[in-house]
Design a protein around this ligand. Structure first.
Ligand code: PHE
Length: 355
């Protein structure tokens, strides 16, 4: 037992001289480390007879707990001291300016797609989508555009595999085919999406965006087409009245076909949509050709309807006064910062969720 008393005494002396956490750590190893005084006493127990061992163990454990509690308490004291010291020394300078926050912007094309979708959803259209990589059949043949038709050249198609007849879609019209093949009439959809043609200048980019519309039912007429487009243009440009004209045109997949122009004028360098004596072409449309309906297993004797296709980028440029189409796709952050939209700004004519 005298060994234990010596240990206790020596601990007390050394403990009283401790100055910092490091000293304390060293003291802990000196007594509890692998060859520490306490650890050695535990090892010694094996050589005692059972009776001695019982008493010795009891005493040794008491001392061990005693020393451990001292060490732990001292550790806590040192830690508190450190924290208090830190609090005393550190100051928060509330006059410092905040770090600037970089907020993302919505691209005008995404913004316009949202606006258009919400305007059409108001009158019962749903949004459909299709892949950018298409078959020649969906892009041309099923759309009543035969092999030797000049429209195929006109579109300046990017072929990915000429033998397998795989291409980048030149318009969103192949989604008409996909929709009709996969469902049953009536159909009432719009299709926003990317389209591709070999073409590039200030108003043409090799990749651009189109919006397709398709409405097939039993009694759909050209009157519905006119009413629908008139409604859309008024809502989109936020004007009460719109000057609009349908010019006869030709598309293989519609009969009759038309191109639609809207009236505009320039005042003080700003474009005013809906009035004036200048005309701007904005879309192609017509009544879906009976051959297209036959190709998609829709009975043209029972069903008919209209389709239209417009350039989304063009509409975004007109509405938001952007004059170079190529800037849309240059991913210049300064441009996006200027022409982009705040993610939390609800567009003025957005009514998709609340009404
Ligand atoms: N797909 C035609 C184009 O890209 C537009 C269009 C769509 C015309 C639907 C009529 C009907 O030019």
């Amino acid at each position: 037992m005298s060994d234990l008393n010596n240990i206790l005494n020596s601990f007390e002396t050394k403990f009283s001289q401790i100055k910092n956490k490091e000293d304390l750590q060293n003291l802990k190893s000196e007594f509890f480390g692998k060859n520490g005084s306490i650890s050695l006493q535990f090892k010694k127990m094996g050589s005692l007879n059972p009776e001695e061992r019982k008493n010795f163990a009891k005493e040794l454990n008491k001392i061990k707990d005693h020393l451990t509690s001292y060490i732990e308490k001292k550790f806590k004291d040192f830690e508190n001291l450190e924290i208090n010291q830190k609090l005393k020394n550190e100051k928060i300078d509330i006059t410092l300016p905040i770090r600037s926050i970089q907020q993302g912007k919505i691209h005008p094309v995404s913004q316009v797609i949202d606006e258009i979708s919400s305007i059409f959803s108001e009158v019962g259209f749903s949004v459909a989508e299709g892949p950018d990589v298409e078959t020649e059949n969906n892009n041309f043949t099923a759309l009543n555009t035969p092999e030797d038709h000049p429209a195929r050249d006109m579109h300046d198609t990017f072929y990915l595999d000429k033998d397998k007849k795989i291409l980048l879609r030149t318009h969103t019209s192949p989604v008409q085919i996909r929709t009709m093949l996969n469902g049953k009439p009536p159909f009432k959809i719009i299709v926003p999406g990317r389209t591709y043609r070999c073409d590039s200048d200030q108003t043409h980019a090799p990749m651009f965006h189109q919006l397709e519309g398709l409405h097939i039912d039993k009694n759909i007429t050209m009157g519905h087409l006119k009413g629908c487009l008139n409604y859309f243009i008024r809502e989109f440009f936020e004007v009460k009245k719109i000057k609009m004209r349908f010019r006869p045109s030709h598309f293989p997949f519609t009969e009759p076909s038309a191109e639609v122009d809207i009236g505009y004028k320039i005042e003080n360098g700003k474009i005013i949509i809906g009035e004036g004596d200048k005309w701007l072409e904005i879309l192609g449309c017509g009544m879906v050709h009976p051959n297209v309906l036959k190709n998609t297993k829709v009975d043209p004797k029972k069903y008919q309807g209209f389709a239209f296709g417009m350039g989304i980028d063009r509409l975004a440029m007109l509405k938001y006064g952007i004059n170079d189409l190529r800037a849309f796709f240059e991913t210049d952050y300064r441009w996006l910062n200027h022409f982009g939209f705040d993610p939390l700004d609800v567009p003025t004519n957005y009514r998709g969720l609340s009404r």
